[in-house]
Unconditional design. Structure first.
Lengths: 130, 116
């Protein structure tokens, strides 16, 4: 099990409590084994899909076959440490506006797993501590 | 590791075989018990979760399926189901545990996935 979690908030959804990202052990193993493509492969897919959503054609959208195939055919980036893998995962699985822009307070934090409260009381009111 | 790529898999009787493109079994959004093609799980709120895919699908022409296996107290409760949230080619929301009494989302152990 990963030693890390990522806590983040979405400035576009201020009423939403802090969210907690849990890395998959299977995916982490792939990252450590050097099986991941460059992050730009996923960004290209996300950009195309976001454009389709913005243009109201998400229901009929299909990825460009070459870009989709790049998930498997692009040169691998090599083995990552767990810390590097978590940083990669932030850029892959957390919406880009959360980590790519500066706000007046941090919108995400990488924390140790044991630092996430196990008591889920008031879960719908969690916030990132200042 | 080797990869097998084929267009169609059939049984000897000729019936098509269909597999999940991604699936997850998780508890409370905090623990991934088992999964396939999942890179991460996001605990959005009580009973509301997002599974992110390791490899994106070609389209959202998929079926989201799932069930709630155990309630937060570890008890099987047949009156509570699952709802699928926003589906993209790289993630799917899921959650539920609607109680007959108040309709509230609840934590628990959920299995959910996508078929294409």
């Amino acid at each position: 099990m990963s030693n890390y979690r990522v806590i983040f908030e979405d400035p576009e959804q201020p009423e939403q409590p802090a969210m907690v990202l849990v890395p998959s052990d299977n995916w982490l193993e792939e990252a450590k084994a050097g099986l991941l493509p460059p992050i730009s492969v996923y960004w290209a897919l996300q950009d195309d899909e976001q454009q389709a959503i913005a243009e109201g054609r998400h229901d009929t959208f299909e990825h460009d076959p070459a870009k989709h195939e790049a998930q498997w055919t692009a040169p691998r980036i090599g083995p990552l440490t767990e810390e590097e893998a978590i940083e990669y995962l932030v850029m892959k699985d957390i919406p880009r506006h959360i980590w790519s822009q500066e706000y007046n307070r941090p919108m995400f934090k990488i924390v140790k797993t044991e630092d996430v409260p196990s008591d889920r009381s008031f879960r719908n009111a969690w916030r990132i501590a200042a | 590791m080797s990869t097998i790529k084929v267009d169609t898999i059939q049984s000897t009787s000729g019936a098509g075989q269909y597999t999940a493109k991604a699936w997850i079994n998780q508890t409370n959004g905090t623990t991934i018990n088992a999964s396939a093609n999942i890179s991460s799980l996001v605990d959005n709120n009580v009973g509301r979760y997002t599974a992110n895919l390791s490899n994106a699908l070609t389209s959202i022409n998929v079926v989201c399926f799932g069930t709630r296996i155990l309630g937060a107290g570890g008890v099987s409760e047949d009156r509570q189901g699952i709802s699928c949230g926003l589906v993209t080619t790289s993630s799917f929301g899921h959650g539920g545990g609607h109680n007959q009494g108040n309709g509230a989302f609840e934590d628990g152990t959920y299995s959910a996935g996508l078929m294409e």
